[in-house]
Design a binder for this molecule. Structure first.
Ligand code: SF4
Ligand code: SF4
Length: 206
């Protein structure tokens, strides 16, 4: 975006971003660990709040086009590549939305913390943009004080570092030798995310 200095934003807590149709609330391994600690949940418990979302390429698009757009890495599942995110209610809302309020506010995923901004790697720092649906659906844009550019950039660096960790995790997970394609073990996948602290090399038993 051209300039952060004049961008005013104040969340009105309307909940619109948590109800946006088609939105996947993507999570990184770090988000999974933070949420598991908050919910006091193990891998099996986390699977009650996480979903593996598949995205069909649009007309004239390939899976690579989808992956380029997503930023978050896909994980290999028995149904094909899928993106890990928070589960949604049947009406399409994030399952953690209670009324118009986030029920896991302190442990919400980083992309929720970063909203309405989204980030991509760039030369000297993150490239910052406003999420496409935010420009039409977020009443907080244009409200309140100008944002602190340094703070937004810092959030961008954090989220990109965490996406790097997610990519490293996905590379390792996706490159395991093919076994029985029906033997996808989501609890093992989440268990490995929970066990993996920064720099750790230990892996849980199967
Ligand atoms: S849509 Fe905007 S104002 Fe509404 S809850 Fe989300 S960030 Fe806040
Ligand atoms: S985790 Fe909270 S802030 Fe994020 S989409 Fe769900 S309800 Fe909204």
């Amino acid at each position: 975006m051209a300039s952060l200095g004049n961008f005013r934003f104040h969340c009105t807590k309307c909940g619109a971003c948590c109800k946006y149709p088609g939105l996947i609330v993507n999570v990184t391994p770090r988000d999974v660990r933070v949420l598991a600690k908050h919910l006091k949940a193990d891998a099996a418990g986390m699977l009650k709040v996480l979903g593996f979302y598949q995205i069909e390429p649009g007309q004239g698009q390939s899976q690579e086009d989808v992956q380029e757009r997503m930023v978050f890495p896909p994980l290999k599942t028995h149904r094909g590549p899928a993106y890990l995110g928070l589960l949604k209610s049947p009406t399409g809302e994030c399952r953690f939305l209670a009324g118009d309020t986030c029920s896991i506010y302190a442990a919400r995923p980083r992309i929720c913390q970063a909203f309405p901004f989204s980030f991509k790697p760039a030369g000297e720092g993150p490239a910052i943009s406003v999420a496409r649906f935010a420009t039409t659906s977020c009443p907080g844009i244009g409200q309140g004080e100008p944002v602190n550019p340094a703070k937004v950039k810092e959030t961008g660096k954090l989220i990109l570092a965490e996406i790097d960790e997610a990519r490293a995790f996905a590379r390792r997970w996706n490159n395991q030798p093919d076994g029985d394609p029906g033997a996808f073990k989501p609890a093992r996948l989440v268990g490995e995310m929970l066990a993996r602290v920064s720099g750790a090399t230990t892996r849980p038993k199967k």
